[in-house]
Design a binder for this molecule. Structure first.
Ligand code: ARG
Length: 582
């Protein structure tokens, strides 16, 4: 809100604080009857060694007697100023607030809060990163949807975003798969259900290796041959990779996600000798029980394993090589990893090794961690033991949504129902991964996920359709008036309900910026939920298309459009496609 800067300027003139600091400390009072903007005087109190109340009182007197041009302009926009405790509370004139927020929203168009702060900066966001030959489970779903939202938040801020999918396509487990395939593989089964068959033989390998440990040696040797480019192993590995990717791409297509770079771990394996050479030249490599490690005592971390005793590469060394490659190739400003909490230690180690190497952007590497997904009892039965496959989750959600949409719209045609159910069902799942702080575990319950009245994507989507339908149902005269709305008409949005909606709309841009800064889409999701809640309260209490007079009706229609635009923008950033009807 523009007025925040006006308030900050005038306050700053009366105290030893700089204007930006004042503006940053402005908050919203907890209840509307306490005012619209508050300035807390606690920090000033410490500097000036006076009680905060006293400072608030004297600031109030100073402001009211300030004869400067700025102060006069500000007072013009204010109803009054009050003090409460150590706070200076500003009451903005309601008509001014309505006009300025509505004009700001209209100027923001379909992209409210978009900015160019990131111009010229490149951000790599790595997410999804499933493992070849293993099911694409809900944990990877969490990374996929959270990562996409974070990538979108940065794009919205004007950054150049490179979407990375660091496929888990390398490591000793591929030695195991190769050995298992040669013994128990079934070509037809692989054709019919690639990941199912690969999982089956992988499980079988572990069962058999328990009785016959020589299988593990065989697997190590097979991976060694793979790393050295032996044709038979490379061909099999390539086949496992291809069939798995086909399944993963089906999911990405379905949810509309595209990556700019899908180099898997294998891509970095040939770069490791060079990393080892650099580490050795810097005297960072130590031998420990035959393996090569970098000690990280000064970071209070365990040593980072770089090469195993048999000389084969490991997960961490591939990550180190990958960061150097990302820097060379993309000159990133930030390199963000959207990966679960259990890998915190891994990333701390990798980032610490780079620090020891004197890598200049060591602090640009960021691990954005998230919690685990659980299901309430009986919410889900699985095809594969306790692993829940993302596609199964999406299919169940879409099927349940379809039943609801069918019941609500008896006259709707099959094709349209299918399309809406797919969109709402997938959106409902995505929302669930984004609504809470990312480090919190998710407990999945269908009642919540598909509660059309609750904290859910269907509720948000429904609110957008409600705004769209107002626009469709408005008389052409009213629609025309809303298109040419005057400042005076916008100034009619002064009721408590209207003002609440306006203030929630005005908070959207800052919620986007805060969400980006903290890699926390939930901050923005909570804000669009607050907009929807305040709007629906207003909608139930007021007449929009049949308002007392045409001017007020047109202004209310503009308000509804602003609500629809803002929620839709937030949903799009979240990767959820808004619809006109449902
Ligand atoms: N493939 C890994 C897994 O499923 C995640 C990869 C995370 N990214 C990375 N650069 N290490 O656990």
């Amino acid at each position: 809100m523009e007025i925040l800067s006006d308030i900050a300027k005038v306050i700053a003139a009366h105290c030893a604080e700089d204007k930006t600091m004042v503006e940053m400390s402005l908050t919203s009072p907890p209840r509307p009857e306490m005012g619209d903007v508050a300035f807390p005087c606690f920090r000033l109190a410490r500097v000036m060694r006076k009680p905060p109340r006293e400072i608030a009182d004297s600031l109030k007197t100073c402001l009211e007697s300030d004869v400067s041009r700025e102060a006069a302009d500000l007072l013009e926009k204010l109803d009054r100023v009050e003090t409460a405790g150590g706070y200076l509370n500003f009451f903005i004139k309601r008509d001014y607030l309505a006009r300025s927020i509505m004009r700001e929203s209209m100027a923001g168009g379909e992209r409210p809060g978009a900015s160019s702060e990131g111009e010229g900066k490149t951000v790599i966001v790595e997410y999804s990163s499933p493992n070849i030959a293993k099911p694409f489970h809900v944990g990877h779903g969490f990374s996929t949807f959270l990562g996409e939202a974070i990538a979108n938040l940065f794009e919205y801020g004007g950054y150049k975003v490179e979407r990375f999918n660091h496929l888990g396509d390398y490591g000793t487990q591929f030695g195991k798969l190769i050995v298992a395939w040669k013994r128990w593989g079934d070509e037809a089964a692989l054709e019919a259900s690639p990941i199912g068959e690969l999982t089956r033989i992988y499980v079988k390998f572990h069962e058999m290796a328990e009785k016959d440990p020589s299988l593990d040696d065989e697997a190590r040797e097979a991976f060694g041959r793979l790393e050295h480019g032996s044709e038979e192993e490379v061909t099999l590995w390539q086949q496992f990779r291809d069939v798995s990717l086909k399944e993963f791409n089906r999911v990405y297509d379905r949810v509309g996600i595209r990556f700019d770079n899908t180099n898997g771990e294998s891509y970095y394996s040939p770069m490791i000798p060079d990393v080892v050479r650099q580490l050795r030249e810097m005297n960072l490599l130590e031998e420990s029980e035959g393996a090569q490690v970098v000690s990280l005592d000064e970071f209070k971390l365990n040593p980072c394993l770089i090469l195993k005793r048999d000389g084969s590469t490991i997960y961490a060394s591939r990550d180190i090589a990958s960061i150097l490659y990302r820097d060379r190739t993309y000159h990133f400003d930030k390199n963000i990893y959207v990966v679960g909490i259990p890998q915190k230690n891994h990333f701390n180690q990798v980032f610490a090794v780079l620090k020891k190497m004197g890598f200049p952007k060591a602090d640009g590497n960021i691990h954005v961690a998230f919690g685990t997904v659980r299901f309430t009892d009986g919410a889900f039965s699985t095809r594969t033991g306790n692993v829940i496959i993302l596609e199964d989750l999406l299919n169940t959600s879409v099927a349940k949504t379809r039943a609801i949409i069918e019941a609500n719209n008896p006259a709707m045609g099959r094709a349209e129902i299918d399309e809406i159910a797919e969109n709402v069902g997938v959106g409902a799942v995505r929302y669930t991964f984004l609504r809470n702080g990312r480090e919190r575990d998710i407990v999945f319950s269908w009642e919540e996920v598909l509660d059309f009245e609750g904290e859910s994507a269907p509720y948000l989507l429904y609110t957008v359709t409600r705004c769209a339908s107002l626009e469709r149902k408005a008389s052409s005269e009213l629609a025309e008036r809303s298109r040419r709305i005057s400042d005076e008409e916008l100034g009619m949005l002064v009721s408590d309900d209207e003002q609440n909606v306006l203030k929630e709309i005005a908070r959207f841009p800052e919620s986007v910026a805060a969400a980006r800064e903290a890699y926390e889409p939930s901050v923005m999701m909570r804000q669009i939920m607050a907009i929807a809640r305040s709007f629906n309260t207003f909608y139930h209490n007021a007449q929009i298309l049949r308002a007392d007079n045409e001017s007020l009706g047109a202004a209310r229609l503009c308000l509804a459009q602003a609500v629809g635009r803002t929620i839709a923008a937030g949903l799009r950033i979240a990767g959820i496609k808004p619809v006109d009807k449902m």
